[in-house]
Each structure stands twice: as structure tokens, then as C-alpha cells.
Ligand binder design. Structure first.
Ligand code: SF4
Length: 357
């Protein structure tokens, strides 16, 4: 799309006259940030609202998960290995960053396969990978576990905190707490799930959906297409990311996930326990389950006082409704997970939203 076409789309969105208020939800944390970063959110006409969904894996991971990881490290003297985003997330009583500062061995990696390499190179150390992610990272985690089994590694395990996004959208729709007219569905996740993973949103719940990418043009085209579907009362899914998203998705990735993991219920911050939204290791791979290898009983989970992450993740409020936003809660001193992650709604609002003094 050239500059002129882009401007035409931007003008169309800005000057759109809506007969009634329309509320759309973006499910993906990267979309949350990109709507701000590209300025597309600033083009929204008054009656169009964008609601942030539960699409940031770090944000939806409950405190209990980190409490358990920290307790494992303290009790069993293992090496914890994690993606960098998790370091500053507050747990009930600490954070990985604080634990590292007092000498707990915590390593940051960019891939689960890096964690596997650490285990291979340090056979005298027990390496526990904090496996927190959605469909986009889970296949690589499955590959790491498979390799560990093939190589008969005895010092590698994962603490499973992975989640599947379609069941979370289903749970929001079933709860019916928030009025949503249509969905911008996640681009990266849909590469794995395919369009078929989301058909239920249109077929069962009669909500129009658009799968789109992350550039300005993707967001503009996706938003306009979604509004068109909503205004015409047309509950369909449109794939505006057909360069990478197909009907059936990445079947090889789905196969390796299904070989290593099986679905189970999982707790999501703010949303609660959702059936079949989490993954646990299947029987032949359970020796790599850190929960079984390193049993712990962390103290009771505590949520930070005043933090409204849970309501934000359910689309009930925006970060601007939190009294701590930009005051006690800042990116350098986050009170809740949504201010830490680069995909968190509070972090995105803090970085990009123009707030009146
Ligand atoms: S601004 Fe901070 S305290 Fe408020 S909801 Fe967001 S993360 Fe929680």
C-alpha cells in the first residue's frame, strides 16, 4: 500500500460516522501496543472504542506461578531460566529480579532451546525453564522437551504456565460482563491455530472477527473491515493476514504441541480458571515437569492492593481507571504485571496515551 492509499484509509477511519457506539476488542498484546504506536488508535471516531483483551501471556500469568518458581529456586537450588519479560513482574512477595539481586541463579534466554543448551553444558546443575507463553512459543517448548527426552537429559525441566488463547475469548463471551461488538484476532497466534481455531466466535457467538497483522496498513484495513461486518450485522471471520495465516494453521506446530502436551484447566489472572486453556506434559514427558520434580508449597497468593490488572484483562476498565496508574505504578516501579510487559495494556497506555493533566 502506498502513502496515498494509507492516507485514504486513515481519513476514512477518522471521518467515519457511526450511528451507534461500537466496541471492538483486540485480543493480542502486540496489537494493544501497535494500535498506540502507529497512531491508528488516535484516528478512532468518538463512537468507536478499543477494548484491550487478555492477550499478553506475562500479564495473565497469576502470581501463584511466580511464587512457585521462586520457591523452587530457593528450596531446591536450581537454575531458573526465563524470558526477560518475566523478570520484573511482581509475585506475591518478591520478583525474579529481586531474587536475582540476592544471589538466586536466574538466567535470561530468548528461546527454550537456549535453556536446553544451558542444561547440556552444565550437567551438574538442574535447569528449570519458566514456560510462559501462548500458541506462538509453545511449539518450540515442545521441541525442547522432545530433545531433552531423546538425549536422556536428567537436569532439564519446565514449569508449565502455557496458555491457549481461544478458550480465554470463549470465557469472556460466556461471562458476558463486557459488551463486545467484534474482535481483532491475533495475527501471530492465528498462524499456528489457523482460522479454524477461531470459527466458534463467529459461528456460535455471532461476533464478527478480523485476523490481521501489525503494521499501520494491517490495523487500518483490519479495523475498517471489522466495522463493515459489524454495521452489516454479518458474523463472519475475515482473514486480512493471508500472507501467513491459513484455514488450518501450522499443522506441524500443532502436531508437536499435541505430541508433548495435553490440555488442562488453567488459572488466568483476573479471569479465573478456564477449562482446557492450559497445557500440561503428557505421560511420556512428565519426567520433565518441574512441578513433579521439585515439589513446593509456596505461601498464600496475594494480589497487589489497588491494582486493577484483572479488570483490565477482562475488558471492564482501562488503565486510566486505575488510581495507581502513572503515580505509584510506573514502568520502573510496577505494581502489577500489566505495567511490566512490553505487551501489557498499562505499559502501552503509559508510553503512548496522551493523558490530560
Ligand atoms: S496501572 Fe499498575 S496497579 Fe494499575 S492496573 Fe495497571 S499494573 Fe495494576
Amino acid at each position: 500500500m502506498d502513502k496515498k492509499e494509507l492516507q485514504t484509509y486513515a481519513d476514512k477511519l477518522k471521518n467515519l460516522e457511526l450511528e451507534r457506539p461500537i466496541r471492538i476488542m483486540e485480543v493480542c498484546g502486540t496489537h494493544t501496543t501497535q494500535f498506540f504506536y502507529t497512531g491508528v488508535k488516535d484516528l478512532f471516531p468518538e463512537k468507536l472504542s478499543l477494548i484491550d483483551g487478555p492477550g499478553c501471556p506475562v500479564c495473565v500469568t497469576p502470581n501463584r506461578y511466580l511464587d512457585r518458581a521462586i520457591e523452587i529456586a530457593r528450596t531446591h537450588e536450581v537454575w531458573l531460566v526465563t524470558f526477560g519479560d518475566m523478570m520484573r513482574v511482581p509475585s506475591s512477595y518478591s520478583s525474579l529480579q529481586k531474587e536475582k539481586a540476592v544471589g538466586v541463579p536466574i538466567h535470561i534466554v530468548y528461546s527454550p532451546l537456549d535453556a536446553l543448551t544451558l542444561a547440556q553444558e552444565n550437567p551438574e546443575k538442574q535447569v528449570v525453564f519458566l514456560s510462559v507463553g501462548f500458541e506462538t512459543t509453545i511449539p518450540t517448548e515442545a521441541v525442547a522437551v522432545k530433545k531433552a527426552r531423546q538425549e536422556k537429559l536428567k537436569n532439564f525441566s519446565i514449569l508449565t504456565g502455557n496458555k491457549l488463547t481461544p478458550p480465554a475469548v470463549r470465557a469472556l463471551l460466556d461471562a458476558g460482563e463486557v459488551k463486545i461488538d467484534g474482535f481483532i484476532l491475533p495475527g501471530h497466534v492465528s498462524v499456528i491455530t489457523g482460522i479454524k481455531g477461531w470459527r466458534f466466535v463467529a459461528d456460535k457467538y455471532k461476533k464478527p472477527c478480523v485476523i490481521t497483522g501489525f503494521e499501520t496498513q494491517n490495523l487500518l484495513i483490519g479495523t475498517m473491515a471489522l466495522i463493515h461486518l459489524i454495521q452489516n450485522g454479518n458474523p463472519e471471520i475475515i482473514n486480512e493476514y493471508s500472507q501467513v495465516v491459513t484455514e488450518s494453521g501450522n499443522e506441524k506446530a500443532q502436531e508437536v504441541m499435541a505430541e508433548v502436551f495435553e490440555s488442562t484447566e488453567a488459572k488466568w489472572r483476573g479471569i479465573g480458571t478456564i477449562p482446557e486453556s492450559g497445557l500440561c506434559l503428557k505421560e511420556p514427558f512428565q519426567e520433565f515437569d518441574a512441578n513433579l520434580r521439585f515439589p513446593v508449597n509456596p505461601p498464600e497468593e496475594v494480589e497487589p492492593r489497588g491494582c486493577r490488572c484483572g479488570e483490565i484483562l477482562r475488558g471492564l476498565v482501562t488503565p486510566l481507571d486505575c488510581p495507581l496508574f502513572g503515580k505509584k505504578c510506573l514502568p520502573e516501579t510496577p505494581v502489577g504485571a500489566c505495567m511490566v510487559s512490553s505487551e501489557g495494556a498499562c505499559a502501552a497506555y503509559f508510553r503512548y496515551q496522551k493523558v490530560s493533566p
